[in-house]
Design a binder for this molecule. Structure first.
Ligand code: MN
Ligand code: MN
Length: 464
């Protein structure tokens, strides 16, 4: 009998819940780490705010802004702010960049509602902002949720005004109306994806008219008057603006045991923060450690601040040039962990998951050999050798991990920045925190999985 059990233990893969193997030290560290992460999440409600927050945290830890041509030595810490919307950080290693870099790539943009260029209008003596959603949202989730507004308005004279309203106590918030159930009989028969059309995601912003009853559009004007007083902006200024409507409020611990974190934008700030803390804490990396927090992942990694942008080549090329190394040589020997969230198995929606290959809450960081949809379409499909390398790193360093597939093959799919790194001839593997209610106004993660993702990032920067 004993022999049989020994054989089972030796041959069968038996994943175990993280709480059954977490040490007291790790548990304390996990709580400390997650408190820091939650404050990052609360400050970084947009990609721009994430960059601001990263710069502040990095400078406090000895990072300096990279200036092209500056001399770099082992141990130097630099960052490069790409247009205020994406950021790269590096710790120069003791080995030459010809041996490659260890790269962590995550994204800090999250699904949201952007204001349309001509957003403000009035109807039935109510003032609204029209929105255009950014990324994959389920529209029905965004009605009757408290909302905040963040972003910048560039005025006619070129001056930039920052707008942040709806987060602090005492500040007004915003809301999108929903239909009352009493009149929802026909709407309730529609598929979820059709019940709330995009053009009805209009944000309620005011109802006090401009005093002069003779003036046209006096409800719209009432709002513009307030905006002009507070920000000095006119209606035309909104055309050169980036204003993002996001769920208002802070993250929260969830559950009697406080084992979860609920909050907006955890895809992918939960992995970005794991990378950030990992590069901060990594002790004397041999290979140069690089973090990139890309923008625009949720709309295909496009644009100058997205992962396809040559801004990455420029920064890495500069680092290589400072050592007389070719960028192609560096990329060919580099390793990238594309740190992005994956779907956590949810028993409430069991039929969309392959339970044998799903990521489970509290089982640690999810390693994802391939993302994509259907027959691995759009996946970079990491090699067995690469998965083997990361698996061994995890096992040798007390990082709890699991394999993760995003749902049943026929259920849908999703992508990450991984393929854009692999296209650059960089060996890339996806890994990240399993998330419940991904892309919802509030997403839920387990503290244990957040902490293990941080441990993996740190291990990669120190040892990969
Ligand atoms: Mn993501
Ligand atoms: Mn996403």
């Amino acid at each position: 009998m004993t022999k049989k059990n020994e054989l089972a233990e030796k041959l069968l893969y038996q994943p175990k819940n993280g709480y059954d193997r977490l040490s007291d030290d790790d548990r304390r560290e996990m709580e400390r780490y997650c408190a820091d992460y939650m404050s990052f999440l609360d400050r970084g409600k947009t990609e721009r705010l994430c960059v601001d927050c990263c710069v502040e945290l990095a400078e406090a830890r000895g990072f300096r802004e990279y200036v092209p041509g500056m001399a770099l030595h082992a141990g130097d810490r630099v960052y490069c702010n790409n247009r205020g919307k994406s950021i790269l950080l590096a710790v120069i290693g003791t080995e030459s960049l010809s041996a490659g870099a260890n790269i962590g790539a995550a994204h800090t943009d999250s699904p949201r509602l952007d204001l349309k260029p001509r957003a403000l209008y009035e109807d039935a003596e109510l003032a609204f902002f029209k929105t255009h959603h950014y990324g994959g949202i389920r529209k029905y989730q965004w009605v009757t949720v408290p909302l905040a507004l963040h972003g910048v308005v560039v005025r006619g004279d070129g001056s930039v005004v920052a707008v942040h309203i709806g987060e602090e106590p005492g500040e007004p918030q915003f809301i999108i109306n929903d239909l009352l159930p009493h009149l929802g009989r026909e709407q309730s028969k529609k598929p979820l994806g059709e019940a709330i059309p995009s053009e009805s995601l209009n944000v309620l912003v005011g109802s006090v008219p401009f005093v002069d009853e003779e003036v046209k559009n006096r409800f719209k004007l009432g709002v513009l008057q307030l905006l002009h007083e507070k920000y000095g902006v006119t209606e035309e200024d909104f055309i050169s603006a980036e204003l993002e409507v996001v769920p208002a409020g802070r993250s929260a611990e969830v559950g009697f045991d406080r084992s979860f974190i609920s909050g907006y934008g955890q895809d992918d700030r939960v992995c970005a923060y794991a990378e950030l803390a990992g590069i901060f804490d990594a002790k004397q990396p041999k290979k140069t450690a690089v973090c990139i927090f890309a923008d625009k992942e949720e709309i295909g990694s496009e644009g100058v601040s997205g992962m396809k942008s040559a801004a990455f080549e420029r920064f890495m090329g500069d680092l290589c040039a400072s050592q007389g190394v070719s960028l192609a040589e560096c990329f060919a020997h580099s390793f990238c962990l594309s740190a992005d969230v994956t779907a956590a198995y949810d028993p409430n929606f069991a039929d969309v998951y392959d339970k044998k290959n799903a990521a489970f809450v509290n089982y640690g960081v999810g390693l994802c050999k391939y993302t994509g949809a259907g027959g691995k379409s759009g996946a970079s499909d990491a090699s067995a050798e690469l998965v083997g390398k990361v698996r061994a790193l995890c096992n040798d360093n007390g990082v709890f991990w699991q394999m993760a597939e995003l749902g049943k093959t026929d259920a849908g799919g999703g992508g990450t920045v991984a393929k854009f790194m692999a296209e650059r001839n960089i060996d890339t593997l996806d890994a990240g925190v399993p998330v419940l209610s991904m892309h919802a106004p509030r997403e839920t993660v387990a503290k244990l999985d957040c902490y293990m993702t941080y441990k993996l990032m740190r291990t990669i920067f120190e040892q990969a």
